[in-house]
Design a protein around this ligand. Structure first.
Ligand code: GLC
Length: 444
């Protein structure tokens, strides 16, 4: 090849690759758009473990109860008061934009009418019906996104090799394990074909490697059915679309672009009548705001009773979320992560155009709130969902210093929300923060 044609070839080749990569990122961003804006999701752990009110799957795995006694719970799982439309309406009214339900937990009991397993609520429990289908329909009717939790490990399946208390070793009987993996593929194919979920919430990947799960192939199968399906991080092998910190509220912003904190309302994922350690609506709302501040979602979990009733305390929490999210919608769904700590002593977010700063106060300030290091002029300040306009004044600006003055906002006592008050600060342009090392006397 001549030199110039080599160069031309190289340019064409490089632009093809960059074009492809760009298209991929664009598609990825588009696909994640609804998830990024959803902010709040509801997690539902529903299964036979609610009958005795014990830990989902782990109770037999950890030998708190024998496997046989654990499985006897199937007899009490009636779903007799199951009202999926009511669930979906309640979820919607909380301000959540999606829900994720346990289609199958580690105990292997499928909540849908799986044709490839005998261990389903249809075949084994007095509920005798597919519980996933009507909920998926109800979510769709309410315009909510549909998520399915699926455990890739299955502590009941005869072909599954349990790493800790080995029935057999995967390496000794690779074909048998392959049979199990094929079973996962089939069940997931059923879920995709029957319900077309918007999101898969995998779990239990830790017992095997991504190669052993054939995670890449699995993800490809799901994407083939729905190119826009979102997959969480627990599918193994870094193949997930977003990170899933669990229970521990992040202190600093997680490094992944998309993330979601999953959190129980009390101390259990499923229904446990002896667990009354509910966080208060106010505590949960403050955790929610913390997630908003760090650019993530909250997936708030509840556990329905074996008859399908949602516990009163959970209903109350959802209703409290509804009141707050409805009043403050503008400061929730159209926002992105806030500004670095230190400028305001409160969590913050920014509007998508970065021209409005939202400040979330879970305390009453003494006289006035202060913003430090804000270079912008402030055009207007108001209390979100209340409408009151607020004044501000700038103090301490020196004409010879680049350090912006302190901006004080007076907040009258009568504008506070009973949970979290949101102050909107409209700036004269995109937010511009002073981030240099703070010297009072500067050399230039
Ligand atoms: C953990 C637990 C599981 C629970 C899940 C929810 O992975 O194993 O029981 O369903 O967290 O995030």
């Amino acid at each position: 090849m001549k030199n110039w044609s080599k160069q031309l070839f190289l340019i064409l080749f490089c632009s093809l690759i960059t074009g492809k990569l760009l298209a991929q990122t664009n598609h990825e961003d588009q696909k994640m758009e609804w998830f990024k804006d959803a902010k709040l999701g509801i997690f539902i752990h529903w299964g036979i473990y609610s009958v005795n009110g014990i830990d989902e799957s782990w109770s037999f795995f950890n030998d708190y109860i024998s496997y046989d006694d654990y499985m006897k719970q199937v007899e009490g799982f009636t779903a007799s008061n199951y009202a999926p439309e009511k669930w979906a309406k309640l979820i919607k009214s909380s301000g959540a934009k999606y829900a994720v339900i346990t289609a199958k937990h580690h105990d292997g009991v499928a909540l849908w009418d799986s044709q490839v397993s005998d261990l389903t609520v249809v075949k084994k429990t007095p509920a005798k019906k597919d519980l996933i289908a009507p909920f998926m329909n109800a979510l769709e009717k309410e315009g909510l996104k549909k998520g399915l939790y699926y455990s890739v490990l299955d502590w009941s399946h005869p072909d599954y090799d349990r790493k800790t208390r080995t029935k057999y070793r995967y390496k000794d009987e690779p074909e048998r394990f392959q049979k199990f993996v094929e079973f996962n593929f089939k069940q997931l194919d059923e879920l995709s074909s029957n319900f077309d979920p918007d999101l898969y919430w995998f779990d239990g990947d830790w017992e095997h490697s991504a190669e052993e799960w054939r995670s890449k192939e699995l993800k490809a199968q799901l994407l083939k059915k729905n190119p826009n399906v979102i997959v969480n991080s627990r599918i193994g092998g870094n193949l997930g679309d977003y990170a899933t910190p669990e229970q521990g509220v992040p202190v600093t912003r997680p490094s992944s672009k998309y993330w979601e904190l999953c959190l129980t309302m009390n101390n259990s994922w499923g229904y446990q009548h002896n667990d009354d350690n509910y966080k208060s609506p106010n505590e949960l709302l403050r955790i929610f705001v913390d997630c908003l501040h760090m650019g993530g979602n909250l997936l708030l979990d509840l556990g329905p009773k074996p008859d399908g009733t949602i516990p009163d305390k959970a209903v109350n929490i959802l209703e409290s979320f509804g009141r707050w999210t409805d009043k403050h919608a503008a400061a929730i769904y159209d926002t992105q992560a806030g500004i670095p700590q230190g400028h305001v002593y409160a969590p913050t977010t920014l509007s998508k155009d970065r021209k409005t700063l939202y400040i979330y106060l879970d305390y009453k300030v003494n006289e006035s709130l202060v913003i430090k290091g804000l270079k912008n002029k402030i055009n207007r300040i108001w209390v979100v969902g209340n409408g009151t306009k607020l004044d501000h004044r700038e103090v301490g600006k020196q004409y010879w210093s680049k350090v912006p003055g302190l901006k004080y906002i007076d907040i009258p006592d009568n504008v506070y929300d009973k949970d979290i008050t949101v102050i909107a600060v409209l700036l004269d342009g995109e937010i511009d923060l002073y981030r240099e090392k703070g010297q009072v006397i500067e050399s230039n």
